[in-house]
Design a protein around this ligand. Structure first.
Ligand SMILES: [Zn+2]
Length: 185
């Protein structure tokens, strides 16, 4: 009912996924504008991809907080000097950045799941839907930057994020240009 009423008024409906596969599929079938958070599967098979590709529902897997294991946020906190980021360090208290980032917890490379999520999201993009990186509230101003890093530095070409996420942010979610820190690297 919410989706139907929103569609009638030209409104966007952006539900928070909950790492529940069947619920996520229901969100897709109901025609929500997007599904936020990754579908919690390691592999998307043809049944899901074909179903999704026939809808108008777009996908925001939110790579920084991927369900299923450590994701983009902990990966890039552990592998870059976040407290020295030229923009972030101008806008966040240096003591907070240092306390949250200087001491690192590192998992084996294969344990990180953000790249798996981005790879499978590429199948949804290939099926014709828009896919965006998403962000999250762990660190204001950092989620989008880390999501972009996941896609670019891990060479996930099939995700084709850079042009699409900007389009998505503008056209689907309704945000202005400049999601993440694109242009700062
Ligand atoms: Zn969330």
């Amino acid at each position: 009912m919410v989706v139907k009423a929103a569609q009638a008024e030209g409104l966007t409906v952006v539900p928070e996924g909950g790492s529940l596969f069947t619920q996520d599929v229901t969100l897709i079938q109901d025609g929500n504008s997007t599904v936020e958070h990754n579908i919690p599967l390691h592999t998307f098979y043809k049944d899901l991809v074909q179903l999704w590709g026939q809808t108008q529902v777009d996908y925001t897997p939110t790579l920084v907080v991927t369900y299923g294991g450590p994701a983009g946020d902990p990966y890039w906190r552990a592998h870059t000097n976040v407290w020295e980021h030229p923009i972030l360090s101008r806008h966040a208290p240096p003591t907070e950045l240092a306390a949250n980032n200087k001491r690192r917890v590192i998992a084996p490379e294969g344990d990180y799941v953000d790249d798996d999520s981005a790879r499978e999201a590429g199948k949804i993009a290939a099926a014709g839907r828009m896919v965006s990186i998403g962000a999250h509230g762990q660190q204001s101003g950092l989620g989008g930057a880390l999501g972009n890093l996941v896609v670019r530095a891990r060479r996930l070409e099939q995700y084709r994020c850079a042009p699409r996420c900007d389009d998505h942010a503008r056209n689907v979610i309704g945000l202005c240009e400049g999601c993440g820190f694109s242009g700062s690297r």
